[in-house]
Design a protein around this ligand. Structure first.
Ligand code: GLN
Length: 204
């Protein structure tokens, strides 16, 4: 089996661990460079992207993580995790940096600063199993532009105001990102999809 880490500095760590276990992965917390070395793939949970970037530096994880991303480790970023993976950021905090790796431009707090959360059902045909995904967005970014070879996995359906048609799930090779939080709905299909990405990478 594959070992998938959850960056355990902030966010829904326990829920991500449970969802990965439910998807058949061996799921472990990652807080040190040694723990990062031991995983085949990594989940970056939601939280606050500027705080998370600072914590990554404080824990000595920023550089090793950028190196692993460059070396092709599969990473799944949710919400703030999507921001961390993005090459470009709009409406970032002054001087805000990302880790990069995924050629997308994200708009931070895109649904509106005053909009704390927003939910809708999304079609996400790349997932196994039937039915839409219940997407919960919490002060979420959306993807404003996608670069070469980026696959759009989901958009907000029509009828959702300014968010209609916005790209909220993408993949490029071994990097996956969603604007929403699949760990809190009990539907493990996004984690199962990422677990397959990690398995394919390990078996390649
Ligand atoms: N707005 C947060 C940020 O900029 C992301 C929110 C989330 O991850 N739920 O990092």
């Amino acid at each position: 089996g594959v070992t998938i880490g959850v960056l355990a500095l902030q966010g829904d760590v326990r829920e991500h661990l449970a969802a990965l276990s439910g998807a058949g992965a061996h799921a472990v917390r990652v807080r040190t460079p040694e723990e990062l070395d031991a995983v085949d793939g990594l989940v970056l949970p939601g939280g606050e992207s500027t705080t998370m970037e600072k914590l990554l530096r404080a824990f000595g994880l920023r550089e090793p993580l950028v190196e692993r991303i460059d070396a092709g480790m599969p990473v799944y970023g949710s919400c703030a995790g999507m921001i961390l993976l993005a090459d470009e950021i709009l409406d970032g905090a002054p001087g805000q940096r990302t880790l990069g790796g995924l050629p997308i431009t994200v708009r931070r707090n895109a649904f509106g600063r005053q909009v704390d959360s927003f939910e809708c059902d999304l079609a996400m045909p790349a997932l196994e199993g039937d039915g839409p995904v219940r997407a919960v967005f919490v002060r979420a970014p959306w993807v404003e532009e996608v670069g070469p070879d980026v696959e759009v996995l989901a958009r907000v359906p029509e009828g959702n105001g300014v968010a209609s048609d916005r790209v909220v799930a993408v993949r490029r090779g071994d990097l996956l990102a969603t604007s929403f939080h699949p760990e809190i709905t009990g539907d493990h299909r996004v984690h199962a999809y990422f677990t397959r990405v990690v398995r394919e990478r390990v078996n390649a």
